[in-house]
Design a protein around this ligand. Structure first.
Ligand code: IMP
Ligand code: MG
Length: 174
């Protein structure tokens, strides 16, 4: 099926918003070290851009969970594909995600991470689709709230493509 990509958020808009979140995190964590946990693969582009703009000491770790197939619809199944390398015990952790949609992935993930005893645990997402929420998730830092449309770019994929787009676009099926 052929598809078109319509620009929803330009590269400039996304960059400016990430700078603002970086400034906010630098302020909120002044005097501390922040441990960023990136949810692969979608969160990776956002993580890099965000980490560059944080002025307090930063450490990074990565994990991979799957909740979607090659479809645009949630399967409701959350599976840990790759766990973190390091313990998060007593660390100030921020989970960095590409998008919160139904909230299934994040509610599961945050509960699991909370059990590991971090000093603090917050969630930072580039995009939020509040209209799609099935499970309540507390988001501490949000880039943009967007309407219920399937988006790609800046790490987000459609069937593993378009992650490399430097902007956020809506997939329009013909
Ligand atoms: P949730 O568990 O429904 O909140 O799903 C979160 C995950 O679904 C995200 O981390 C993405 O990988 C994927 N996802 C949800 N909406 C979109 C979208 O619009 N475009 C691309 N991936 C999406
Ligand atoms: Mg994701």
């Amino acid at each position: 099926m052929a598809e078109n990509i319509r620009v929803l958020l330009t590269e400039e808009e996304v960059d400016a918003r990430i700078q603002a979140i970086g400034d906010q995190i630098s302020k909120d964590y002044a005097g501390k070290q922040v441990h960023l946990v990136c949810v692969l693969k979608g969160g990776s582009f956002f993580l890099c851009e965000l980490a560059k703009r944080i002025k307090v000491p930063v450490s990074l770790d990565f994990m991979s969970v799957s909740s979607y197939g090659s479809d645009t619809k949630s399967s409701g199944v959350v599976k840990i594909v790759k766990d973190l390398d390091d313990s998060i015990k007593d660390k100030d952790v921020i989970v960095v995600e590409d998008i919160v949609d139904s909230g299934r992935t994040l509610s599961y993930l945050l509960e699991m991470l909370r059990d590991r005893g971090p000093k603090s645990l917050r969630l930072c997402t580039l995009l939020d689709k509040p209209d799609r929420r099935v499970i309540d998730v507390n988001v501490d830092y949000t880039g943009f709230q967007i309407p219920d449309e399937f988006v790609v770019g800046y790490g987000l994929d459609y069937d593993q493509r378009y992650r490399n787009l430097p902007y956020i676009g809506v997939v329009e099926f013909e």
